[in-house]
Design a binder for this molecule. Structure first.
Ligand code: COA
Length: 154
């Protein structure tokens, strides 16, 4: 089977260790500054879990986008897939790469037997919201996200 996006000059594939540096750079564009070492560690942790997947888009040997998708088992409703993060390099937006990454994540979810893909997106990301709506997603609720920083375990 031809990789998604090949005809458009990019290909989507499973992320590997060698992608950590570019994933970190792109994470910064997403608003989450990090470094190659931290991403590599997380890639290893995620890689050991069959209920998570990370895909990258590669153009001319350069990683230009990534998506993280994972399964979420729930008590009150059937399990679904959730997008952990999605970003396309600023210099490569508008070429169908985001759509192709989402299509790959959706195919993975289908293969996992999951019937719904959900994602959370900050209210300030108006452009991303328009993108998601354009590729078939509908806003189903508005939430507040709460967090508490825990003291280190002794
Ligand atoms: C959102 C994002 C991933 C989209 O990636 P992209 O590669 O530029 O999007 P694509 O080129 O695949 O666009 C797919 C379709 O959506 C449309 N689209 C893209 N951005 C759009 C926008 N802001 N408004 C309306 N439509 C849009 C495209 O026109 C295209 O339509 P078509 O396939 O009918 O021609 C990218 O802009 C990005 O990385 N943004 C910053 C990070 C971010 O916000 N991530 C999401 C966090 S929740």
């Amino acid at each position: 089977m031809r990789a998604i996006g090949t005809a458009a000059g990019f290909a989507v594939r499973v992320a590997g260790d060698g992608d950590a540096g570019r994933i970190a750079t792109l994470s910064e564009q997403l608003g989450y500054p990090t470094d190659e070492g931290a991403v590599l560690e997380r890639l290893h942790a995620i890689g050991q879990r069959p209920d998570h997947a990370v895909f990258v888009a590669e153009a001319k040997g350069n990683v230009v986008g990534w998506v993280h998708v994972y399964a979420v088992p729930m008590l009150e409703s059937p399990a679904h897939a959730e997008i952990g993060g999605l970003v396309v390099d600023e210099a490569h937006r508008g070429r169908g790469i985001g759509r192709a990454l989402m299509a790959r994540a959706e195919a993975w979810a289908r293969d996992m037997g999951l019937g719904v893909v959900r994602l959370r997106s900050n209210v300030i990301r108006a452009e991303a919201h328009a993108f998601y709506e354009h590729i078939g997603y509908a806003q189903v609720k508005t939430q507040k996200v709460f967090a508490k920083t825990l003291e280190a375990a002794k």
